[in-house]
Write a protein that binds this ligand. Structure first.
Ligand SMILES: [Zn+2]
Length: 83
């Protein structure tokens, strides 16, 4: 009975997280959303498919970015990438 509602919520969750990803990408074009360094200095990490893992050189915050659709999401911090 509630399946249609649950599926709506699921869809909404996906949509909102995708919007967050777009917002995060916008923030990253101005600087690191985590530590605020600007312009952001990034080390490239492992990549797969259309997505690239990059890490901020100042705070080590990792981002999974997809330049083709200009989308980003936060992943783990990795201090090995801090210069
Ligand atoms: Zn940073």
């Amino acid at each position: 009975m509630m399946n249609w509602l649950i599926s709506l919520w699921k869809k909404k969750d996906q949509d909102s997280s995708f919007l967050e990803g777009e917002n995060l990408w916008d923030q990253m074009t101005k600087g690191c959303p985590e530590c605020g360094c600007s312009p952001i200095k990034l080390h490239e990490g492992p990549s797969g498919g259309a997505c690239i893992n990059v890490f901020c050189a100042d705070c080590g915050q990792g981002y999974n970015i997809s330049p083709i659709v200009q989308w980003a999401q936060k992943i783990r911090k990795d201090t090995r990438y801090i210069r």
